[in-house]
Design a protein around this ligand. Structure first.
Ligand code: PBG
Length: 314
């Protein structure tokens, strides 16, 4: 009876698996703060994408970590940069299925923080502030490089004003009319990103409070989503997920495009840590946390448990 009348049901195609690929690695490197997650080599990344494909996931979201970081994040849009190489290899694996088979959508993180030696999501002015408009030009170039490498979805996560419109124009000019944009619209400056900083070898000192939102604000999150919708976002995203279910619900109620939510590294780490200590039932907490995100209005959920969950719910 409970199953029959359940109002919310997860499906593998709702889920997107975030994956990290690091240039120059010879073996996958486990992440201490994210038990079960790794920085992939180019080879192991391909295996993970294949597993995501075979599990019927809705998508994979790729993050690249270059060996050389600099002030402009030059490797972010280099044709042979780690992220572009990983996208090309993933494209190949996703396409090696019989015609007509549904495969995960290939998403690329479109942000400079993994590529800059200062760790900010944009380039800096001479006095060290994040330069919004100069960063837009970098994102446009990155988006085109990612589309050329086979990405289906460009995912600006840097919270620069005007990023969606700028990227849409650049994609259209380069004839990538069908490449979609997943906009990180309501992204909060959050303590829950802690483990991710290890995952991408972040060089960040300080914080991102000049471009990410204050966790006190809900209305502002709606305004950010409205702006991205007006600029042509194909999917709007709320991040983190678990502590922002109110924002997620409100965005879902007014959005006329699909809504995504990102269950971030800290949300993952907390449940893993408490589970490992025997303080909570890990598996039940995983299912409850992800189902709650869907109940609150997410059509698409980015979660590090995507593969494991897909196995449980298929
Ligand atoms: C920025 C980015 C971040 C995350 C995804 N994209 C970190 C940040 O904004 O500081 C965090 C994801 C996570 O914590 O799982 N490119």
């Amino acid at each position: 009876m409970r199953r029959l009348v359940a109002e919310t049901r997860l499906h593998p195609a709702d889920l997107v698996l975030p994956l990290f690929v690091k240039e120059g690695l010879t073996e996958p490197a486990p992440l201490a703060s994210m038990p079960g997650q790794v920085q992939h080599t180019e080879e192991s990344l391909v295996e993970a994408v294949r597993a995501a494909r075979d599990a019927g996931l809705g998508g994979v979201m790729l993050f690249g970590i270059p060996t050389v970081k600099d002030a402009n994040g030059s490797q972010a849009d280099a044709a042979d940069g780690i992220l572009q190489r990983a996208l090309r290899a993933s494209r190949k694996v996703l396409d090696e299925v019989p015609e007509g088979t549904a495969t995960p959508v290939l998403m690329a993180d479109t942000c400079l923080d993994e590529f800059t030696d200062h760790g900010h999501c944009g380039v800096l002015t001479a006095d060290g502030r994040v330069d919004n408009d100069a960063t837009l030009t970098r994102y446009a170039s990155m988006a085109v490089a990612q589309a050329k490498a086979g990405a289906d979805v460009i995912s600006p996560s840097g919270m620069m004003d005007g990023q969606v419109a700028m990227i849409r124009d650049a994609l259209d000019d380069a004839d990538f009319l069908d490449t979609s944009i997943l906009a990180y619209s309501a992204k909060y400056a959050s303590a829950y990103y802690g483990p991710f900083r290890e995952a991408v070898d972040s060089e960040l000192k300080g914080d991102r409070k000049t471009y990410q939102m204050d966790f006190a604000n809900a209305r502002e999150g709606l305004r950010e989503a409205d702006l991205d919708l007006a600029e042509g976002a194909d999917i709007v995203l709320v991040k983190p997920a678990g502590s922002y279910l109110d924002v997620l619900r409100a965005v879902a109620d007014r959005s006329d495009v699909p809504v995504a939510a990102y269950q971030v590294s800290g949300e993952y780490a907390m449940i893993e840590a408490a589970g490992a200590n025997g303080w909570i039932d890990r598996d039940r907490a995983v299912l409850e946390s992800v189902t709650s995100i869907k109940r609150a209005g997410a059509d698409v959920i980015l979660t590090y448990w995507a593969l494991e969950l897909a196995e449980w719910i298929k």
